[in-house]
Design a protein around this ligand. Structure first.
Ligand SMILES: *Cc1c(COP(=O)(O)O)cnc(C)c1O
Length: 355
């Protein structure tokens, strides 16, 4: 039976990417060796790393002053890495608290300086992207989380402020186009919309780092990694390889503009059904809804057993909501086909008709 994978992360990857990765695990580039048993300094792997980095630049339309790295530690280490590279000793930065991950970013940055939380929707269980104050003019940057994976809310566009931007785009990178100009740093864990777990992508303006007057441990220093072309130490070769294949797949579809249209069609389909169907209600406020993660619940929980059984019968997987929200969460990352969303919508309609 075909499985419709709505998992929030790690999550669905394109089938052709999985097929090629499976082959390369056995025999990479006809070398008679596995991808994961060759030197990361071999030409075959260096080419993978270079292709992955250059595809990011191409797909995101990054200006020449940007560098791209694939490191480890996940976005969770990215919270601290971002701050230690961009928040000067004795300086301050502004943060928007729009969800669990945004809140964790604040916690790590506070270890390094004064953090002004200029907006928060915590009191409202993060149902919406909060309104926020103008960042202090001495803010080194404004940090925000573009898509709140757990609560299903998303910034509908780039915040317009006078200070540079730093963003955790873990769960919506490559899902829509945006202008990279106002950013000093973008980081994203691979396992939501880019590849398997194990690597985190950093894209940053190289002219803006190295100015904090701090002693930075080598592994956390973006300048160190950039000077070594993302090969300072052994990179997570498998994750980078599969990410490279996924980036190639995105390019073959026509790039991020085309992908954005696909994603908008998918989210329109699910939200129209959530709003139409008398048995369900959405979690996120309408104006903050995410195109990547749709959060919703049954108005009457007694239908849950029947709905869960129908989902299972239809091959729907990974729909359970995060424990801090409850209900359901349909994650619709780039690789999820619209047919899978249609299957879910049909199950929701079917449940309503049975009442
Ligand atoms: C999943 C997620 C994280 C955490 O990523 P790890 O790679 O597990 O550290 C951070 N931010 C956002 C927005 C996420 O969705």
């Amino acid at each position: 039976m075909k499985i419709h994978n709505f998992s929030a992360g790690p999550c669905i990857l394109p089938q052709e990417v999985l097929n090629e990765a499976a082959e390369s695990i056995k025999n990479f580039n006809q070398l008679g060796l596995s991808l994961i048993e060759i030197s990361h300094r071999s030409k075959d792997f260096v080419n993978v790393m270079e292709e992955a980095r250059s595809l990011v630049k191409e797909l995101l339309n990054l200006p020449d002053r940007f560098d791209v790295l694939f490191l480890q530690g996940g976005a969770s280490l990215g919270f601290y890495t971002a701050a230690i590279n961009l928040l000067p000793e004795g300086g301050r930065a502004s943060y928007i608290d729009s969800g669990t991950w945004a809140n964790k970013a604040v916690k790590e940055a506070k270890l390094l300086g004064q953090i002004d939380v200029i907006g928060s929707s915590k009191a409202d269980n993060y149902k919406a992207i909060p309104a926020f104050d103008i960042p202090h003019e001495d803010s080194a940057y404004l940090h925000y989380t573009s898509n709140n994976t757990i609560f299903g809310t998303q910034f509908q566009g780039t915040p317009e402020v006078e200070v540079p931007l730093v963003a955790d785009m873990s769960s919506d990178i490559f899902s829509r186009t945006f202008d990279p100009e106002p950013f000093h740093l973008i980081y994203a864990g691979a396992q939501k919309n880019m590849g398997p777990a194990g690597t985190v992508m950093y894209a940053f303006d190289r002219t803006q780092i190295g100015k904090t007057n701090r002693t930075i441990p080598s592994y956390l220093d973006l300048a160190v990694h950039a000077s070594k072309d993302s090969m300072f130490n052994t990179p997570p070769v498998f994750s980078v390889y599969v990410t490279m294949l996924t980036l190639k797949w995105m390019k073959s579809l026509g790039g991020i503009g085309v992908i954005q249209e696909r994603n908008e069609a998918k989210s329109k389909l699910i939200y129209e059904e959530i709003d139409r169907n008398s048995l369900f209600e959405g979690h996120a406020e309408l104006s903050s809804r995410s195109h990547m993660n749709a959060t919703f619940q049954l108005i009457d929980e007694t239908h849950a057993t029947r709905f869960d059984a129908l989902c299972k019968e239809a091959g729907i997987s990974g729909l359970k909501g995060h424990r801090s929200v409850g209900g359901y969460r349909a994650s619709m990352y780039n690789a999820l086909p619209i047919e899978s969303v249609q299957v879910l919508v049909d199950v929701m309609k079917h449940l309503e008709q049975k009442q």
